[in-house]
Design a protein around this ligand. Structure first.
Ligand code: KG4
Ligand code: ZN
Length: 337
């Protein structure tokens, strides 16, 4: 069923054409460069950018796919959670297309779409249900027991900052700009004096599957202040230590969830899943785990994109989720599904 996917929940404007797990096109443009000077996303700027570019992105997605609107059989749009103004642009476009062309419309949960993105992998490298799902993005950090595409149970989540948010805030403190993820990863790789225990790891108690990343952000803040007074330390070394503390807890808790639930498959999704060091740590841990298999989406489907939205939207529709022409943007939709 040829599906038009639309994603505008944050700073990426994206439209895709997919059928099943096959991606015909996935066009993404981002307002990230406009937010840099503010050190974080400015919702109004993100919304205006979506308004300005969404039609062009739609046209490109259709053109790259070699399909026309007349070929589309279903519209899937991210309608929760996200920035309200940003979500509304995608939802409005989806509703107009759906209404005018009499096409069914399904609303997609952005967090679940991230968990589904590894299903766009080549055949042979796709996960199957059930699995432990770890979402690591700018807005969320959570572990799920994923029974099926529409049956998820929340196992644990961050009690304060999301891990991507911690990267962004640490980068701001260190004067590295926005977004923090890619630049901290780069600077960490250049570290010459590697001290992985510079910052404490937060475990939230024995066998807890919850996370906390606000403490490490504050630790980086105090450390940066001290560095400015005393000098000496290299920012690359601070990035290395920060990254080690954040990523190790993600890996350890995902494997703990697998052990507690008796599952040998782990799927990771969300912007931080683009981090090569995180991928390396997961694959290394899998090597020592006695048979756990870890799945990551391709890099281009780790950060926000419409293809994951179209793909899960189609699957949900096939399983009987009703078309809803009256769906609304639900910015505050909680992580519990
Ligand atoms: O999933 P995403 O594109 O948007 C949200 O749904 O939030 O994730 C964006 C987050 C940002 O916090 C960004 O700093 C982080 O993903 N990120 C990374 C990397 N690339 C993006 N974090 C660590 N390493 C990266 N390579
Ligand atoms: Zn996202």
């Amino acid at each position: 069923m040829l599906t038009l996917g639309i994603e505008t929940s944050c700073d990426e404007t994206s439209v895709s054409v997919t059928r099943g797990k096959r991606v015909f096109s996935n066009v993404v443009t981002s307002s990230v460069h406009l937010h840099k000077r503010y050190g974080g996303i400015v919702p109004e700027i993100a919304s205006r950018y979506h308004v300005e570019y969404i039609i062009e992105v739609l046209s490109k997605a259709l053109e790259h796919s070699g399909k026309g609107l007349k070929d589309i059989k279903l519209v899937a749009v991210t309608n929760r959670p996200g920035l309200v103004g940003a979500l509304l642009i995608g939802v409005s476009l989806a509703k107009s297309i759906s209404y005018s062309l009499k096409l069914p419309l399904v609303g997609v949960n952005h967090i679940l779409a991230h968990l589904y993105s590894a299903f766009l992998n080549e055949e042979g490298n796709r996960p199957s249900f059930p699995f432990i799902g770890l979402v690591v993005s700018g807005g969320h950090t959570a572990l799920f027991y994923c029974e099926d595409v529409d049956r998820y149970k929340l196992l644990g989540q961050t009690q304060d900052d999301a891990v991507g948010e911690a990267y962004d805030k640490a980068a701001k403190i260190l004067g590295l700009g926005y977004p923090g993820g890619p630049v901290i990863e780069k600077r960490a790789s250049l570290s010459k004096n590697r001290n992985a225990s510079l910052f404490p790891k937060s475990y939230m108690g024995k066998d807890s599957l919850d996370f906390s990343f606000s403490g490490i952000k504050t630790a980086v803040l105090y450390y940066a202040r001290k560095m400015r007074v005393l000098g000496g330390d290299d920012i690359n070394d601070v990035c290395y230590a920060f990254q080690e503390a954040c990523l190790d807890t993600l890996v350890e808790k995902a494997f703990l969830a697998g052990r507690l639930k008796g599952l040998k498959r782990i799927v990771v999704g969300g912007g931080v899943a683009a981090n090569s060091c995180l991928r390396g740590k997961f694959h290394e841990a899998a090597g020592f785990s006695g048979g756990v298999k870890v799945y990551f989406p391709e890099m281009k489907y780790s950060t926000d994109n419409a293809a994951m939205v179209g793909a899960i939207g189609e699957e949900l529709y096939r399983r009987g989720h009703k078309s809803d022409l009256y769906l609304t943007a639900e910015p505050n939709f909680g992580i519990i599904i």
